[in-house]
Design a protein around this ligand. Structure first.
Ligand code: ATP
Length: 440
């Protein structure tokens, strides 16, 4: 059955995700990506960057530091109010977020099952999510810094630099992919709520009059990207934030939610109209004039910002959940072929026949120049297919005795398990054509 546990087990078994510091008992809310996981993460980032930056001429990239001048976080409001309400269960002293009714109910249900009739909670206290550290040898309040809680502040403080050094003019965007850290009160739900994660954020600067229209535009664009990544249309939906759950700076906020097995619909991406809050507050705190001016606008103004923001680990988990299929005795990850960690795997039919192994090796080395290609010569061929099915590899190439006589190999399709013979000299074109069809 498609359960979260089954997905977690596959991710561990095949080297997608490991609990971080497992050797020392792990650390709550931290995960490492294994060999297949990094490949999938890279596919996610490549696709996002290509769509958001490379294919457009109104958006440029940036890579700012994780540790910034702490004044940035005072200006942004994170020091004062990047908080979650924390409450403690009076029965077991576990602390959880008071604003997550589903978690509170689940916790109470657990105690009730064990015979406890009423579960009381302490009054909620605000808990700051920023991780702290120190710069330099002296650890005091003057050297205290924060690990960034979101990547976008690095974009806002570079707004004047980008304007001064590039040709972008409003409307335009600055995009960034990078680590963010949140000392989440209750990490959990596997990769869904972690304490160290990567965000892909776009800050799109627009004239205030255009903000509504641009928010609608980006909602559309981002939804389309999720469909292109292969997520099922029926498992995606928009949810608009109620006024009382919006961040204090946002005028309108939407989530793209994915329908996870067992958990139901949960946010994977947020799209917000951040108004002119960030630029204005940085202008006030830095004493710099951050208003936008160009030849068409005689009066300088503070642009509004439309922000699509997505965490890679949530997208990664949505992709695994969507791709996970149990098909008779086998488990298959039906990732889109352009995203799969390996495009193809090459096997000699049997390992101990040098003429098969050397032909297969030759094909493997050639394919590797163009496609992410795996090699496997262990165990029987059926087992190798099953391993690649779980890795999401769309095609397996087998070199057998017929290859020695006519130069053809077997190509086996992950989803249909059907096999066809293809000339070994045509494999580059064959996979090239398959990938371009599946990209459409
Ligand atoms: P939540 O309400 O679930 O805590 P959020 O609304 O605080 O999330 P944002 O601040 O809008 O999240 O962050 C933008 C994106 O960053 C989210 O859509 C999500 O994909 C990702 N993200 C935020 N917090 C985490 C986390 N702890 N672990 C993994 N991804 C996260």
């Amino acid at each position: 059955m498609k359960t979260i546990d089954a997905i977690v087990a596959l991710a561990k078994r095949r080297g997608f995700v490991y609990p971080s510091s497992e050797l020392y008992g792990g650390l709550g809310g931290f995960y490492d990506y294994g060999p297949l996981g990094v490949a999938l993460v890279r596919s996610i980032k490549d696709s996002w960057w290509k769509t958001i930056v490379d294919l457009r001429d109104d958006i440029v990239g940036l890579d700012s530091c994780i540790i910034l001048n702490p004044e940035v976080w005072r200006a942004s409001g994170h020091v004062a109010s990047f908080t979650d309400p924390l409450t403690e269960c009076k029965v077991c002293h576990m602390r959880i977020r008071a604003d997550q009714p589903v978690d509170v109910a689940a916790h109470e249900a657990m105690h009730r099952k064990a015979g406890i009739k009423t579960v009381e909670w302490t009054e909620a206290r605000q808990f700051n999510l920023l991780f702290r550290s120190f710069v330099g040898p002296v650890e005091d309040s003057t050297s205290q810094v924060y690990l960034r809680g979101e990547t976008c502040q690095g974009i806002f403080i570079n707004f004047p630099n980008v304007l001064a050094t590039t040709r972008v003019r409003i409307p335009f965007g600055i995009a960034q992919i990078g680590k963010a850290f949140r000392n989440e009160v209750t990490p959990g739900k596997y990769l869904f709520r972690v304490r160290e994660f990567e965000q892909m954020e776009l800050e799109y600067f627009v004239h205030p009059d255009q903000a509504g229209e641009m928010l609608a535009y980006w909602k559309n664009e981002r939804f389309r990207w999720h469909l292109e990544m292969g997520l099922g249309r029926e498992r995606l939906r928009f949810r608009q934030h109620e006024a009382d759950e919006r961040a204090h700076y946002a005028a309108d906020s939407w989530d793209i939610e994915y329908d996870f097995p067992e958990w139901g619909f949960r946010e994977i991406e947020g799209i917000a109209n951040r108004t002119d809050f960030d630029l204005k507050t940085h202008a006030r705190h830095s004493g710099r004039d951050l208003r936008y001016r160009d030849s068409q606008s005689p009066d300088p103004y503070y642009p509004f910002v439309i922000e699509p923001s997505i965490g890679i680990s949530r997208m990664f988990l949505a992709l695994l959940a969507d791709a996970y299929h149990e098909d008779g005795k086998r488990t298959v990850l039906r990732l889109k072929s352009g995203l799969a960690p390996y495009t193809a795997a090459v096997f000699p039919l049997v390992a101990n026949k040098p003429e098969l192994a050397s032909q297969a090796r030759d094909i493997y080395v050639r394919l590797k120049q163009l496609f992410r290609t795996a090699w496997d010569d262990r165990g029987n061929i059926g087992k190798r297919y099953l391993t690649q099915d779980e890795a999401g590899t769309p095609w397996c190439v087998t070199v057998d005795y017929q290859t020695l006589s006519d130069g053809s190999v077997t190509v086996r399709d992950r989803d249909t398990t059907s096999q066809e013979r293809v000339s070994r000299d045509r494999l580059n074109e064959y996979f090239g054509a398959k990938l371009s069809i599946s990209a459409k």
